[in-house]
Design a protein around this ligand. Structure first.
Ligand code: DC
Length: 211
């Protein structure tokens, strides 16, 4: 069973994906973390996220320690990830790992849940279930602001909203694998539905695809 979850930044897809993986005992892959790791390795090396050659080199040889670095979750890393994500050679390097994960989930799990931007359209076009999770830009910026403040850091809502909108525009308008719902995806808007309601809808949707 392959479950593909796509949507814009901070729509709640990571929380949903993790909860579904736990409920059904499937493997979970946060594909955004792969793009973030490439972005972070450039930032750590003092390189620009627009440096294509450096981004391609980083995507061939990702340092595993980047995945446990708290800076992976920083806004600057998300923004760098969104920039390097428009480079086709970076995408094709990261694609192999994602396809392999979905076809052969670790620990012999009976299924895999992947979340990202192009899972239902490019990475797993034959996924058993596809979900597209969205929310208004204002609601997503409000959540990001609350998350940052909960960590004890200062957050500026207006700057975060500008960043969310810039990231949406980049992710939706790039030529290679843009963010868009797959034709057969179930669309859920978390501006209206809370995460528990979204989870219940998703569980029913997944169960209906089980043999
Ligand atoms: O989900 P996230 O915020 O961690 O993703 C960071 C960036 O990585 C996102 O803005 C675009 C890119 N990304 C992508 O292009 N394709 C994916 N499947 C996942 C993420």
């Amino acid at each position: 069973m392959i479950i593909a979850i796509d949507g814009p930044a901070a729509a709640g897809k990571g929380t949903l994906a993790r909860r579904l993986a736990e409920k059904f005992d499937y493997a979970y892959l946060d594909t955004g973390a792969l793009y973030r790791a490439v972005g972070l390795s450039l930032l750590n090396a003092g390189k620009s996220p627009t440096d294509e050659a450096a981004a391609i080199a980083a995507s061939c040889d990702l340092d595993p320690s980047l995945f446990s670095d708290p800076a992976l979750r920083a806004e600057a890393t998300g923004s760098a990830a969104s920039q390097i994500a428009s480079i086709p050679a970076v995408r094709s390097n990261l694609l192999k790992y994602q396809v392999n994960f979905s076809n052969s989930p670790p620990e012999n799990k009976a299924g895999a849940v992947l979340d990202g931007r192009d899972i239902g359209t490019v990475v797993c076009p034959n996924a058993d279930r596809k979900l597209f999770i969205t929310a208004s830009a204002e609601e997503r910026a409000r959540r990001r602001t609350a998350e940052i403040e909960a960590r004890g850091d200062a957050a500026n809502f207006a700057a975060i909203l500008t960043d969310v909108k810039a990231r949406d525009a980049r992710d939706m308008n790039r030529k290679d694998s843009p963010l868009k719902p797959a034709e057969d995806a179930l669309l859920l808007d978390t501006t209206i539905l809370d995460i528990d309601a979204v989870f219940l809808r998703a569980v029913e949707f997944v169960k209906a695809a089980m043999p």
